[in-house]
Design a binder for this molecule. Structure first.
Ligand code: SAM
Length: 287
């Protein structure tokens, strides 16, 4: 096997006997979160593939590490993967890092890792920080099953459609969001999931202004809109899934009620939403 399995020839090689591509997680804010083993590996490799070399140089300078850096980003990864695999085949071990957190999680690296595995190269993960896992660990939302959705589409129409498709999803949903879109994204989540759906906004994790807010989506949206400071920084948004026994008509009715309620009095919105979805009118308030 050369893909995801653990039975590949490369996976059985004794550590240290052949070139390895190390996939190294780096801090998402607090520099103390780089693991000692990650540091050892970064010191040991021939070169480090980094998304933004200036950013990674700062991280390395903090630890007194000097290494050749190779810029590997979305736009050159395809072209570069072959050259990097050739170096690995020739016996050089390399590390892959992204600007923050775990490479390949909403970050470059998938094509390089795939190419390395196809070439029979040993690929070894150095686990560590990952923003949505950190958020999930502190959120108090069901975490036994979850769906990582990464960034929502930037355009409003596509974003609303994606959220609409997720309205009946029963697993906890995890999204990444930036400061300039957080308010709009939350407004669209209220429309798609209803204002009472439990959610958590995890902002600036591991940094000075770390904030983890929980509540119904409607209240969270109001908080973010009211306080410009709460719109600063980097965000993970977690949304509890729809109830397991949720009636599809009620899920759709609540979505329609939230949308129509923006333009019509609540009683008219509820009447129309009930008619259109087939859900009982009473079930559209709350939940
Ligand atoms: N590879 C990274 C990881 O493992 O989490 C994610 C990279 S993605 C390009 C960057 C996004 O992750 C940010 O826009 C934000 O949504 C989220 N993020 C990164 N650092 C964060 C932090 N300290 N607090 C909250 N969210 C963060």
């Amino acid at each position: 096997m050369t893909t995801a399995g653990t039975t590949s020839v490369a996976a059985h090689a004794a550590p240290g006997t052949r070139a390895t591509l190390y996939v190294v997680a780096t801090p998402i804010g607090n520099l103390g979160d780089l693991s000692p083993r990650a540091l050892d590996v970064l010191k040991s490799v021939a070169a480090i593939c980094a998304e933004d070399t200036r950013h990674t140089r700062q991280l390395l300078a903090h630890y007194g590490v000097e290494k050749p850096l190779v810029a590997l980003h979305e736009h050159n990864e395809d072209a570069l993967a072959e050259r990097l695999v050739a170096r690995l085949v020739a016996g050089e071990s390399l590390a892959l890092v992204s600007d923050a957190g775990t490479p390949l999680v909403s970050d470059p690296g998938f094509r390089l890792v795939r190419a390395a595995r196809i070439a029979g190269i040993r690929v070894s993960p150095l686990p560590g920080p990952c923003a949505f896992i950190a958020a999930l660990s502190a959120a108090g939302l069901p975490s036994d099953r979850f769906v990582f959705e990464g960034f929502l589409p930037a355009k409003a129409g596509a974003r609303r459609e994606r959220l609409r498709q997720l309205a009946a999803e029963t697993r906890t949903l995890a999204f990444y969001e930036s400061s300039h879109r957080i308010a709009d994204a939350l407004a669209d989540m209220v429309l798609a999931f209803g204002s009472d759906r439990p959610a958590v906004i995890a902002r600036e994790l591991t940094k000075l202004f770390e904030t983890v807010l929980d509540g119904g989506l409607g209240d969270l949206h109001a908080t973010i809109v009211a306080d410009p400071n709460q719109r600063k920084g980097e965000f993970v948004v977690l949304v509890q899934g729809a109830a397991e026994d949720a009636d599809a008509r009620i899920v759709e009715g609540r979505r329609l009620y939230a949308v129509l309620g923006q333009h019509l009095p609540p009683s008219t919105a509820a009447k129309l939403a009930a008619e259109l979805s087939g859900a009982p009118r009473k079930a559209l308030y709350g939940g």
